[in-house]
Design a protein. Structure first.
Length: 250
């Protein structure tokens, strides 16, 4: 066990895109970082070179979640923050394509497992480590749930995904009440941050038109929001929308 006052930040699902960016920024600031990843990508190797502790974990099963928690319990005596970034994206099966409902059941269960049950279990299992860091550092530790701005209005094609993210937002309230004052629990709900490679110009313009600020901000704005929450001592049980003003248009 690494018994050190330099208690790490844990980021789930940090092998690429937003999670990778956040891990790199924390490392740049001199923080100790632990990340989970489902499949090994170039970003994982880069984080290892930078000094992150990268742990393979498949959150599609409870065994995978609890195994990840057990590894952290063995390696560390405390944690400064637990940042839930691990996510999956699935389109609802159309009824005519799934007459028996088996695909729909599988999609909903997978979304629930990754976006609700995984954070629920990790928040419970890692509470002693977060509490230890809070007591030793004389300041609150953090749990941060990264949800999705689409929860605000729902989705005709991704109802299982959106419902599971909505449940995660509600868990924020429950855990904030349960763990205060030692652990702050907040949510960030981003909309578009960065396009994927291969997104067409037509698609990009359609998405950009949804917000008054009409921009692709990049992952830097997510880092700015995360950094704010980590350093804000008087905020818990809150949701910060990072959506470029989309709520003003729809």
């Amino acid at each position: 066990m690494r018994d050190t006052a330099d208690y790490p930040y844990v980021i789930t699902g940090a092998g690429q895109r937003a999670g990778l960016y956040l891990a790199e920024k924390l490392l740049e600031q001199g923080g100790s970082v632990v990340v989970s990843y489902r499949s090994r990508k170039a970003g994982v190797e880069r984080l290892e070179r930078l000094g992150a502790d990268c742990i393979q974990a498949d959150f599609a099963s409870n065994d995978g979640v609890l195994g990840f928690a057990a590894t952290l319990q063995k390696r560390y005596s405390g944690l400064s923050a637990l940042i839930h970034n691990a996510s999956d994206w699935a389109t609802d099966p159309r009824p005519e394509e799934d007459p028996e409902g088996r695909q729909a059941a599988e999609v909903f269960q997978r979304m629930f497992q990754i976006h609700q049950q995984t954070p629920f279990l990790l928040n419970n299992q890692l509470f002693p480590l977060l509490l230890k860091a809070a007591q030793d550092q004389d300041r609150a530790s953090d749990i941060i749930h990264i949800t999705d701005d689409v929860v605000r209005r729902g989705s005709a094609k991704h109802s299982a995904y959106v419902a599971s993210k909505a449940g995660l937002e509600n868990l924020t309230l429950s855990f904030a009440a349960r763990y205060a004052p030692d652990i702050k629990v907040n949510s960030i709900a981003p909309a578009l941050l960065a396009f994927n490679e291969g997104d067409t110009p037509e698609y990009q313009q359609k998405v950009l038109a949804k917000s008054p600020l009409h921009m692709e901000p990049g992952f830097e704005v997510l880092w700015q929001t995360l950094d704010y929450l980590l350093n804000q001592p008087y905020m818990t049980g809150n949701l910060l929308r990072l959506n470029g003003g989309r709520h003003l248009k729809n």
